[in-house]
Design a protein around this ligand. Structure first.
Ligand code: 5AD
Length: 347
């Protein structure tokens, strides 16, 4: 598919386009990576953040939330719980919290590795090269850093004030790759100012970055953030709609363009669509990330409203299992590195 074709698919409002693309993406997923769905246990260990991202509820300017940090022992406890449920990966996510310095994170990473041996994915935002290297050496396997949009002007606008321009983020993705990480990126879909044209470029950038993992989630307005106040001001007639159809279309196109990646059914997708796991899998996803953060913390990890959690983790896993089965897939155990990574790194 060339740029023109992609753009016309994104601009189309025909529901048949969505169903055809999701069906095709499901077939591509089955052929390239199969029906195995890998689980990752998500630990949201700190809601402190130094950044002022205009869309995000835990941005540093939001004084209405109470911030928290989990202790090393609590984080380790979550990793052990994940292992006890036979889930092969822990995802450590936080705001950009300088309390967790390079060496402090490295200690946590090596302790998890030593005690559990499970794969470790980091999602800690933009960090200095020295830290990324240290963490890799300490045993981190993967790193997630969404570029959010390929439109440089838009990127700067939504990431004030000490704007690190888009090229810096792309450089970090390249550095992660050189350090031997399995590299993930992604975008939000349908936020104010994002156009169909720029989303087309996002898809092409996914391809050219040669990513191992791609996460795509619909934008969920968070009251009190600058972006939520902007929704009424949308002026471009090429605005990418903030709809489920659009989110699924972009998920499906991503699978078709990047067949051997790992792609999660994102929490945001599940937030705006109760059937988000099942439908995401049908549209080409192959990963689900159940949240293992203790509930009282998770409620305060308020990047957007409406995150759905069931109190009992066993119950959450049962629901995941059912969604996976309903989508015609099966839950696989193990670390589940992406086929893309295994092939490019010869592992
Ligand atoms: N809606 C949807 N996704 C969001 N994220 C942050 N804020 C929002 C929001 N309001 C996503 C960003 C970030 C990831 C951790 O969460 O894409 O990369």
């Amino acid at each position: 598919m060339n740029r023109r074709e992609l753009l016309s698919l994104l601009r189309s409002t025909d529901p048949a386009v969505v169903s055809e693309l999701t069906e095709e993406a499901g077939r591509v997923r089955d052929q390239s990576v199969g029906k195995a769905v890998y689980l990752r246990g998500l630990v949201e260990f700190s809601s402190y953040c130094r950044r002022g991202c205009t869309y995000c509820g835990i941005n540093c300017a939001n004084s209405r939330i109470t911030r928290y940090r989990m202790t090393d022992a609590e984080i380790l406890g979550c990793a052990e719980a994940i292992q006890s449920y036979a889930i092969g990966t822990v995802v450590l996510q936080s705001g950009e919290d300088s309390f967790f310095t390079g060496p402090k994170m490295a200690t946590i990473i090596s302790a998890i590795k030593e005690r559990t041996g499970i794969a470790i994915t980091l999602s800690l935002g933009e960090r200095p090269a020295a830290d990324l290297k240290l963490w890799r050496e300490a045993g981190a396997d993967r790193y997630l850093l969404r570029f959010e949009t390929s439109d440089q002007k838009l990127f700067s606008k939504i990431h004030p004030p000490a704007t690190i321009p888009l090229p810096g983020r792309i450089e970090q993705l390249q550095l992660l790759r050189e350090l031997g990480y399995e590299v993930g990126s992604g975008i939000m879909t349908g936020f104010p100012g994002q156009t169909c044209a720029s989303a087309t470029d996002d898809l092409l950038l996914f391809q050219s970055l040669d990513l191992d993992m791609i996460g795509i989630g619909p934008y969920v307005p968070h009251p009190g953030t600058p972006m939520a106040d902007e929704i009424g001001d949308i002026t471009s007639d090429d605005q990418l709609p903030n709809t489920l159809a659009t989110a699924y279309k972009i998920v499906a196109l991503t699978r078709i363009l990047c067949p051997s990646i790992n792609m999660p059914c994102t929490t945001a997708l599940r937030t705006i669509d109760p059937a988000g796991y099942r439908e995401g899998l049908k549209a080409g996803c192959n990963v689900i990330m159940p949240n293992v953060t203790p509930l009282d913390y998770s409620e305060r990890y308020d990047i957007y409203p409406g995150k759905k959690r069931v109190a009992q983790f066993e119950q959450a896993l049962d629901l995941v299992e059912k969604d996976v089965t309903d989508a015609g897939c099966f839950v696989a155990s193990g670390a589940g590195a992406s086929r893309h990574y295994r092939e490019r790194s010869g592992r």
